[in-house]
Design a protein around this ligand. Structure first.
Ligand code: FES
Length: 147
């Protein structure tokens, strides 16, 4: 049911962990399955993603998609990272079963949420980036707004 790549990233996830003083942190969750994904980005002055780490409390596909998503954005510019959609993540993993598509969506949302956080901190606008819908960043007042 799962491709070899999905199994590989599930069993040996890349870039697990956190980044202290990250440039941007995004946490998203899926209310239905209860899975949570957090992505940390380290972005330099040129807007290049120097490092990226993730923590995922979720299913195997969520682990595999976050692992692949971090691999896809590492070393990329912010605009290139914006192109890492859930489709791109799924393709890089040689597909996911239909019931697991939402897991890849969580990975895309987590990257967007981390980029949003970075943009907020730096007072910049990232083209095509919208305020994350399910950002559940701890300790942030705006949390209720969305519900
Ligand atoms: Fe919800 Fe995978 S089952 S993220």
């Amino acid at each position: 049911m799962y491709s070899e790549k999905v199994m590989d990233h599930f069993e040996h996830p890349r870039n697990v962990g956190e980044i202290e003083n990250a440039s941007g942190v995004g946490t998203v969750g899926n209310a239905k399955c209860g899975d949570i994904m957090r992505i940390y980005l380290d972005i330099d002055e040129q807007g290049i993603i120097r490092d990226v780490k993730f923590k995922t409390f979720g299913c195997g596909a969520a682990v595999a998609t976050s692992s692949m998503a971090t691999e896809l954005v590492k070393g990329k510019s912010i605009q290139e990272a914006m192109e890492v959609t859930n489709k791109a993540v799924m393709e890089a993993l040689d597909g996911l079963p239909p019931v697991k598509v939402h897991c890849s969506l969580l990975a895309e949302e987590a990257i967007h949420a981390a980029l949003w956080d970075y943009a907020q901190k730096h007072g910049i606008t990232i083209e095509g980036l919208e305020k994350p819908k399910s950002d559940i960043h701890e300790g942030e007042e705006e949390a209720e707004e969305e519900y």
